[in-house]
Design a protein around this ligand. Structure first.
Ligand SMILES: Nc1ncnc2c1ncn2[C@@H]1O[C@H](COP(=O)(O)OP(=O)(O)OP(=O)(O)O)[C@@H](O)[C@H]1O
Length: 236
């Protein structure tokens, strides 16, 4: 992929849910959007405006109903499941509101396991990579702790390490600080910004928290399934 090719390019993207004829409900109404390498973008909008739906489409978890979605320059329409899984693994990391760590496994195992399972083959040096990442984000002492022994903020930092382990160019984050108190939320967000600076990873962050949106470089606002504003923000 050419370095200037957008990571994400949507053209006329529509998504409907078929609740049984004639009740087809269109949730995303023809979106056009580009996300480029190394951007740090907030996606905001009222409840029900389609943010999660858009993230699901971007994450290749749900197909669009119409329009084009190019990921890393590759048109995703019509790709089979194996190809979608490969492309997802190559392009994307995911962070959710709830960490979804495996409770029976340690922090180190939680970060290592997805790397081992990627493409069904053993990724070389997966554990070394997991140790390095967890060390870099201040969890070197917690490698062998299980999620239940960690604070909410620490759990979310482990989830961040898991998302970045495979060096994706883009991380999709759905309310990554939504379940945390102010202090932990600020800590987790600061970590995201730091990883963005150090690794050049692009982030698309769905948030209801105005103070988090205010610290992103670009803010896209969705209302009723349409982009009503998309503006850069000066760094504060
Ligand atoms: N699987 C589905 N089947 C039918 N309708 C759906 C489905 N998923 C979402 N919707 C509808 O799509 C619309 C947008 O929902 P979505 O969850 O994307 O909004 P959101 O902006 O993420 O909201 P929130 O901020 O509350 O998470 C809503 O009207 C919702 O009812």
């Amino acid at each position: 992929m050419d370095h200037d090719t957008p990571l994400v390019q949507l053209d006329g993207l529509r998504k409907s849910y078929n609740l049984g004829r004639p009740n087809e409900v269109e949730v995303l109404h023809g979106l056009a959007l580009q996300v480029r390498r190394g951007e740090f973008v907030a996606l905001i909008g009222p409840s029900g405006s389609g943010k999660s739906t858009l993230l699901n489409v971007l994450g290749l978890l749900e197909p669009p109903t119409a329009g084009s979605y190019r990921l890393l320059g590759e048109e995703t329409a019509g790709l089979d499941d194996t190809t979608l899984t490969r492309l997802r693994g190559q392009a994307l990391g995911f962070v959710f509101q709830f960490h979804h760590l495996l409770p029976a496994f340690t922090a180190l195992e939680n970060v290592t396991l997805p790397m081992l399972m990627r493409d069904g083959r053993i990724a070389p040096a997966a554990e070394a990579r997991a140790r390095e990442l967890l060390g870099a984000i201040g969890l070197g002492e917690a490698l062998h702790k299980k999620p239940g022994e960690l604070s909410g903020g620490m759990q979310q930092r482990v989830a961040m390490a898991r998302a970045l382990a495979s060096r994706p160019p883009l991380v999709l984050a759905d309310e990554p600080t939504g379940n945390l108190d102010r202090h932990s939320a600020d800590e987790v967000f600061a970590l995201m910004r730091r990883l963005h600076e150090e690794l050049g990873t692009a982030f698309l962050v769905v948030t209801h928290d105005p103070s988090i949106a205010a610290r992103c470089d670009r803010v896209i606002e969705l209302v009723d399934g349409r982009i009503v504003s998309d503006r850069p923000q000066a760094k504060t």
